[in-house]
Design a protein around this ligand. Structure first.
Ligand code: ZN
Length: 195
């Protein structure tokens, strides 16, 4: 069992804007333990590619993204190729181990005008998916878990995950962003029907 469990909507911590971490505290035992606990929690979540601190009940500006986000292929509709991923898992019956990178005090510096709509799920909103428009490209600045500054651009699925996690730090959920909501069951059938 992971040390921290994922909180679900309507837990109020998911709606609270999270606070910046003073850079001098990033290397403290408290923050390092939080990052390590979040890694364990995300690793245990089947199909989870990102996790923000509010999702484990901690209102601080930090999130993790699995490097799986960079590797997920997209088809013409911009949907992650779920089949491909499941086959990859079946092939060696062992889950591939991903790296989980920490983004501390992330700041969105730029985003493209162009948006892409895609079905998106959230570990804190179980059983539901939403058709969410997101900028195709974003440019982010952040600190890593050792307090070093980074900046770079992200595109497509990775950019989507970054925007989803940034929303968590501002108390926003897919429920606020989705043009349509549907169940996981409907998504499987490829026929989203619930609003
Ligand atoms: Zn989420």
């Amino acid at each position: 069992m992971p040390k921290k469990s994922i909180v679900h909507e309507p837990n109020p911590v998911l709606r609270q804007p999270a606070a910046d971490i003073p850079p001098g505290e990033i290397r403290s035992a408290k923050i390092q333990r939080l990052i390590s606990d979040m890694r364990e929690t995300l690793a245990a979540a089947w199909d989870g590619v990102g996790l923000a601190a509010p999702q484990v009940g901690v209102p601080l500006r930090i999130f993790l993204v699995s490097d799986e986000a960079a590797s997920i292929d997209t088809n013409a509709g911009g949907e992650p190729s779920r089949t491909m991923r499941m086959n990859a898992n079946d092939a060696n019956s062992e889950r591939r181990t991903w790296e989980y990178h920490a983004y501390v005090n992330p700041v969105l510096k730029k985003r493209s005008q162009k948006k892409i709509e895609m079905a998106e799920g959230c570990l804190s909103v179980p059983g539901k998916f939403g058709l969410v428009p997101r900028a195709e490209k974003v440019y982010l600045e952040w600190l890593d878990e050792r307090g070093r500054k980074h900046s770079r651009g992200f595109t497509k699925f990775f950019a989507r995950v970054i925007q989803h996690e940034l929303d968590h730090l501002d108390g926003k959920l897919i429920l606020d962003r989705a043009k349509r909501l549907f169940t996981a069951e409907a998504k499987k059938k490829g026929a989203p029907h619930r609003e």
